[in-house]
Design a protein around this ligand. Structure first.
Ligand code: UTP
Length: 407
């Protein structure tokens, strides 16, 4: 794209300020900026905060397969899950493209040293969990790791330096998620350098399209993978390719499954799995009214009691069906470093604009059916979002110790 062409597009969208420093850039920087402008998805960056709040359908509770039933049918579920792993029908997707801003660690979150007296990273914890399953199945599960432009090299390097934590290298693939530009509160595109739009990973909802773009969907097909287990990097107790979960979902005949925990309190900040106009759906904690969050059944249990922990299972053919569908864009307030009027870099202490993200939880609603599968919180849910306090390195370490992991 030429400068004139870019200028015309930018003028149409009232964004020509981004070329303010163009003439001071070297040729390479100019080319890169023009290429960023060419890639802007205007429909996304012009989503406004008010448009984001789409009308929701009728929300009703959605029952889960609960721990008691899982205990009773455990062998049957595990046998079915192990069978599909051995037949090569299960793959896993590690979502590791996030910025982890709350943790304030400037390396990929998975490289965080969660060990105290020994070298143990979050990535290693996760691979150890996966190895327990593959040892049991005597078969490996292909692992696709989603990174972002910002952390790709450091992530791949870390896996290489650590010899893939004992997992076979040819079962591990990396792919890079797409980026989205950020804007200020007036909707103006921000620059992070004089020649670069401020961009960040476009949320965890774009993983399937990014997998496809990277060419790795062919690998999924070539290996005959029919189910993908998606999970977040930041839950160190995450059970990956859990045979009982896979077996229960397959035997239920549903097209997807979600691991859920019983909410600890009405105000707990987790998305709740429910039905929306009869389809599975996740209502985020900030979308819940007080009344809905506190509603109780006759037996005193919260009516909307199952919170998601970012561990889902999807049927690959159904993911392909929905790939062309437009995903809902979330407009999120964030602190975005930017170049100010005078050309200086500002690192704001408070949110100063919006980022645009698609979220995996919206994919649940795109499925016809979903099996909520209850797990024991203390055994499977140790999120690492902050350094201290709730959902932190400290709380995750305590939970790891309680589960017999040596730190
Ligand atoms: P979070 O929603 O906690 O976001 O990610 P984050 O960027 O890691 O952390 P904060 O909000 O900046 O502190 C949940 C999961 O989704 C992945 C993360 O890596 C994590 O596994 N994720 C998030 C992506 O892969 N890409 C994204 O763009 C966002």
């Amino acid at each position: 794209m030429k400068k004139e062409e870019a200028l015309q597009i930018l003028k149409e969208h009232k964004q020509d300020h981004v070329l303010k420093y163009y003439d001071t850039l070297n040729e390479k920087e100019q080319k890169e900026l023009l290429s960023q402008i060419k890639d802007v998805d205007w429909e996304v960056v012009e989503t406004t905060k008010s448009e984001e709040n789409q009308n929701r359908g009728e929300i009703t509770p959605l029952g889960a397969v609960e721990i008691k039933e899982i205990e009773e049918r455990k062998e049957e579920f595990i046998e079915e899950g192990l069978k599909s792993i051995r037949e090569g029908k299960v793959g896993a997707i590690l979502l590791a493209g996030g910025m982890g801003t709350r943790l304030g660690f400037d390396q990929p979150k998975g490289t965080y040293p969660i060990g105290i007296n020994r070298d143990l990273s979050i990535f290693e914890c996760l691979i150890n969990n996966l190895l327990e399953v593959t040892d049991m199945a005597q078969a490996y599960v292909p692992l696709y790791v989603m990174t972002s432009e910002k952390n790709h090299e450091a992530t791949v390097q870390f896996f290489e330096d650590k010899n893939y934590f004992g997992y076979p290298e040819d079962y591990v693939h990396f792919f890079i998620q797409d980026m989205a530009p950020a804007v200020d509160y007036e909707g103006k595109l921000l620059l992070e350098e004089k020649g670069r739009l401020a961009t960040s990973p476009n949320g965890n909802g774009g993983w399937f399209t990014s997998l496809h773009k990277s060419g790795l969907l062919d690998d999924v097909h070539n290996r005959g993978v029919e189910w993908l287990n998606i999970f977040a990097v930041d839950n160190v107790l995450q059970r990956i390719a859990d045979p009982a979960f896979i077996g229960a979902t397959i035997l239920s005949g549903k097209e997807s499954g979600s691991k859920v925990v019983r909410k600890a309190a009405p105000e707990e900040r987790v998305g709740v799995l429910c039905a929306e106009d009869g389809r599975p759906s996740i209502v985020e904690y900030y979308e819940m009214t007080d009344e809905m969050a506190n509603l109780r059944d006759d037996d005193g249990e919260l009516t909307y009691r199952f919170g998601v922990i970012l561990n889902y299972l999807f049927r690959v053919d159904r993911l392909e069906d929905i790939m062309a569908n437009h995903m809902h864009v979330h407009v999120v307030e964030k602190k975005i470093p930017y170049i100010d009027e005078t050309g200086n870099l500002v690192k704001p202490e408070e949110p100063n604009g919006y980022k645009f993200e698609t979220l995996i939880l919206d994919m649940i609603n795109m499925m016809e059916s979903n099996l909520p599968y209850e797990v024991v919180r203390e055994k499977e849910f140790a999120p690492v979002k902050n350094l201290h306090g709730v959902d932190s390195v400290d709380s995750a370490r305590e939970l790891l110790k309680a589960n017999g992991v040596e730190l």
